[in-house]
Design a protein around this ligand. Sequence first.
Ligand code: PAP
Length: 328
Amino acid sequence: MSMSPAEEGASTPNTSSEAISSESHATDDAISKLPRRGELFLYKNFWFRRVFLERIMLLQASFKARDDDVILATNPKCGTTWLKALAFTIINRSRYEFSNHPLLTCHPQQVISTIDVETPLNGDLACIETLPSPRILATHMPFSLLPGSIGIQGCRIVYICRDPKDAFVSWWHFTSEFFREKIDIDVAFDMFCEGISNYGPFWDHCLEYWTESSTKTDRVLFLKYEEMVLEPVKYVRKLASFLGASFTSEEEDGKIPEEVVRLCSFNTLSALNANEAQVVQRGNIVVKKSAYFRRGKVGDWVNHISEEMGRKLDDIVEEKLRGSGLVF
Ligand code: PAP
């Protein structure tokens, strides 16, 4: 089972601290010179919080992909937790019984690491490098900023996107409740509409992976949260097939795809992670496990932003995606 770098890498000795320290000063300098809006820095057409950008730069310089890596890519709050649970369960299904499965005790965020959130800032990638193949790694990085070796090695990439209105509301809740940052929702919404959000513009993030997935169908699988909610078994089969782990006829007869869906469902996982005292370590932050299971509903945005705001964002996104074939 792959563990998060935060867990595995915490006590790994730093072999070249001087080199890393001067590199990190250079990164600090480079980031300080970037255009800035509040906490966000504009780097190569995308906005990032400093901690994530530092890791992205570090990974671009040092991450070495393997040809059998599976990369789970998402805009924040678009279904990362769900996709991690599904991919982990599908790929490891011969190793674990459903009745005694790691996900019954470990949070999906603990079994697969989001590399740009959890890589130690001291630059030590041992925690990723020592994982056995095939590695499953997650990222919020835009396609254009993925470390070059991912393209060269031809890893498989699974991308999940979600209606931006629900993603925005989910992010706003997560940020305000769990990081105690009281962000005015109207101000945050206006910035989101301008394209200024962590890892945004939201639409450019989706579009880059969408474009790749339309030309490289064997390398990039593009999924939509809403479609998966409607027909989870169909998409679990699709995901398994893309990952080179199609269900056998015996597994189909044994209703294994349905079992995967059940184990990884919002209802199952949220009940297991409901204890407010349980936390997950993500890089240098500690988050309540339950923070990743808020409502898990399609269309919950109507309860938090007005119809008018919803229409405004829809119009912007429609305009930005026009001609691409991607619609929400
Ligand atoms: P991350 O990007 O920070 O890793 P991510 O898992 O993408 O987080 O986002 C959490 C959202 O996925 C939450 O949405 P909500 O705020 O609208 O409720 C969460 O409820 C939802 N989610 C988590 N697990 C599941 C699941 N198993 N099935 C469906 N939705 C889920």
